[in-house]
Design a protein around this ligand. Structure first.
Ligand SMILES: Nc1ncnc2c1ncn2[C@@H]1O[C@H](COP(=O)(O)OP(=O)(O)O)[C@@H](O)[C@H]1O
Ligand SMILES: [Mg+2]
Length: 200
C-alpha cells in the first residue's frame, strides 16, 4: 500500500521523537534492560562472533548495558564513528569502553581513531544492531535523517543479520521508503521480538 502523501519521514520523525521523550527515565531504563535481555537470547546474536553496536543518543534504547554484555560474551565489538570528511560511518574495533571512546557528533561516544583498529572490511561483521526513530513491523526503518546506516549497508557485499532495538511506541504503521532505505530483519522491543520477514 503506498504511503499517504501527508505521511512524510520528517513528520513521523518529529512526532516519534517527541513521543519517545515522554517516557520517564525509569521506564526507559526498565525497557532498555528488557530489550537487552531479549537480544542476547536471539539465535542470530548468539551465533555471531562479531557485532556492530552503537552508543545511545537522546532518549533512545540505552545500549550501553547490552554493549557491555557483548564484550562479556567474548564477542568482537565494532562501533561507528562519523567521518566528517566523507559524512559516512567508519567502523572501529573496541574492547575498552572507558579508554577508547570520546564524545563526538551529537555527543555520542565514538571510537578514538588513535586508540582503535579500523575494520578493514564491513564483511567482518556478522550481527548489526541499528539505531532508529521509528520502524514498521515489516522492517522499514526511519533514522535520524542522515542516511548513515543506509550508506554503510549499501557497501556490504554479504548479508549480516540486521536487528534494531526500539521501544514498542516506536512501531508505526507506515514509513515512506526510498530505494536506498535498508530494511531490518528483526526488531526487539520490551514487549516482543519481531521477525520482520514473517510479517510480510
Ligand atoms: N546508499 C546511499 N547512497 C547515497 N545516498 C544515500 C544512500 N542512502 C541514503 N542516502 C541519502 O541520505 C539521505 C537521508 O536518508 P534517509 O533515509 O532520509 O535518512 P535516515 O535513513 O537517517 O532516516 C537521503 O537524501 C538519502 O537519499
Ligand atoms: Mg533511510
Amino acid at each position: 500500500m503506498p504511503a499517504s502523501p501527508h505521511i512524510t519521514k520528517l513528520g513521523i520523525r518529529k512526532k516519534l521523537l517527541a513521543l519517545r521523550e515522554q517516557l520517564s527515565a525509569d521506564t526507559r531504563a526498565a525497557h532498555s534492560a528488557a530489550i537487552s535481555a531479549r537480544i542476547v537470547k536471539l539465535g542470530i546474536y548468539r551465533q555471531a562472533s562479531t557485532i556492530l553496536g552503537y552508543m545511545n543518543f537522546g532518549a533512545e534504547f540505552a545500549s550501553e548495558l547490552w554493549i557491555q554484555q557483548v564484550l562479556a560474551d567474548g564477542k568482537k565489538l565494532a562501533l561507528p564513528r562519523v567521518n566528517r570528511h566523507t559524512n559516512q560511518l567508519d567502523l572501529y574495533w573496541v574492547d575498552d569502553l572507558e579508554n577508547q571512546l570520546a564524545a563526538g557528533l551529537w555527543g555520542i561516544r565514538e571510537p578514538i581513531v588513535e586508540r582503535c583498529e579500523r575494520l578493514s572490511t564491513l564483511n567482518e561483521v556478522e550481527f548489526v544492531l541499528l539505531p532508529g526513530v521509528a520502524f514498521t513491523r515489516d522492517g522499514a526503518r526511519l533514522g535520524y535523517g542522515s542516511g548513515f546506516y543506509d550508506k554503510l549497508l549499501a557497501h556490504m557485499t554479504h548479508q549480516p543479520a540486521l536487528a534494531a532495538a526500539a521501544f514498542a511506541l516506536q512501531i508505526v504503521e507506515q514509513i515512506p521508503q526510498e530505494s536506498t532505505d535498508v530494511k531490518v530483519g528483526w526488531i526487539i522491543t520490551e514487549q516482543e521480538t519481531i521477525a520482520c520477514s514473517a510479517e510480510e
